[in-house]
Design a binder for this molecule. Structure first.
Ligand SMILES: C[S@@+](CC[C@H](N)C(=O)[O-])C[C@H]1O[C@@H](n2cnc3c(N)ncnc32)[C@H](O)[C@@H]1O
Length: 339
């Protein structure tokens, strides 16, 4: 059962950006303003949320199947091993809100063993991809209410109103997407979750600090799929904003920044060049980069400290035998969260 509940967060500009799969060139979208602003900085940067249009989401799905990309299969194995225990904690008639739901594969492991789940609300910025995945879910789970919410979860979310009367509202945030936030933004996001999930819980999946060689390989796959994913932000800017990025002149660069415990992803200009967006020129020196993503790595203790600062009470920690990835159960505050 799928409700055609397309709620959007933010301004009309944000909506334009979210729905820009219609390929019309827009000089008024949030993407346009963010990219112009990002390219004007001394260290050029753009939010990773702009990777995710329909082709970007499809590329991310491909990344998840790559031999070098251990996070997806590792997190899935943890979920599978502990699914019954997690389902028991979720209890009957629970509602799952999934933040950054993507293709909605991981939540299936839980839904398959949960006691009469009441509702599934996948929240994602990638409009077309989310609609399709939600439809697949509604067909696969005919008794489940599936209500996709196409929205930017860093802005105010308008959630479906009627809470399940006798079940818990539990958030699910897998894929270590938390690592794409700067530390302060991660705290802000966790506080939003604590407010939203009052009386319920959050199941958080996060990638752990580990041997840099493994990390490096995961973001530099032999087939170049991650490189294509990285360049998709330029493809999207050319199509949606009428920009003139020469794709062949931007090289994928991903490396582990050990002091900051994060993978950094950049697009490096291979020559001196000028790119135009909305008629405005932006010069790149040879070797200069556009910083496209950070992927912070965590420790369970560090995650617990973050969660507690946001008002959660830590519960179970599940990891794989090699401690590559972890899944945390975090109890949301019952009343007001810390602000
Ligand atoms: C790293 S992928 C993880 C996908 C999936 N949860 C998984 O574990 O495989 C991040 C997902 O979050 C979504 N996303 C990224 N930034 C977002 C934002 N600001 N608001 C809503 N969704 C966002 C992307 O579209 C994408 O589906």
């Amino acid at each position: 059962m799928m409700k055609a509940n397309l709620a959007y967060a933010g301004t009309q500009e944000a909506l334009d950006a979210v729905n820009a799969d219609d390929a019309s060139v827009s000089h008024h979208s949030e993407f346009f303003f963010d990219l112009q602003q990002g390219l004007a900085r001394q260290h050029k940067s753009i939010s990773p949320k702009y990777f995710y249009d329909a082709p970007g989401s499809a590329l991310f799905d491909q990344i998840c199947t790559l031999p070098e990309y251990y996070p997806t299969r590792t997190e899935l194995s943890i979920l599978q091993r502990h699914a019954l225990e997690i389902a028991h904690q979720l209890g009957p008639h629970a509602e799952i809100l999934e933040f950054g739901a993507g293709s909605m594969q991981k939540v299936r492991v839980l839904l398959d063993v949960m006691d009469r789940p009441a509702r599934y609300v996948p929240i994602d910025i990638s409009g077309e991809h989310t609609q399709e995945a939600a439809l697949t879910m509604a067909n696969a789970y005919p008794h489940l209410q599936v209500e996709p919410l196409i929205a930017d979860y860093t802005q105010d979310l308008v959630l479906p109103p009627d809470m399940p009367p006798d079940g818990r509202r539990v958030g699910f945030f897998p894929g270590s997407t938390l690592g794409n936030f700067e530390p302060l933004d991660a705290l802000r996001f966790m506080r939003m979750c604590a407010r939203t999930l009052q009386g319920g819980a959050l199941i958080l999946g996060a990638d752990l600090v580990k041997n840099p060689d493994l990390l490096h390989a995961a973001y530099n796959d032999a087939q170049g799929v991650t490189a294509d994913f990285n360049r998709n932000v330029l493809v999207r800017a050319n199509r949606e904003l009428g920009a003139d990025f020469q794709l062949a002149q931007f090289a994928h660069s991903a490396f582990y920044n050990a002091p900051l415990q994060r993978i950094e992803m950049h697009l490096m200009s291979t020559c001196q060049q000028v790119v135009h967006i909305g008629g405005k020129p932006f010069a790149f020196a040879q070797g200069e980069t556009l910083h496209t993503e950070n992927s912070y790595k965590f420790t369970p203790d560090g995650l617990h400290q973050l969660a507690q600062r946001a008002g959660f009470t830590p519960g179970q920690v599940w990891t794989d035998p090699e401690n590559k990835f972890c899944l945390l159960w975090l109890n949301a505050p019952t009343y007001r969260s810390h602000t």
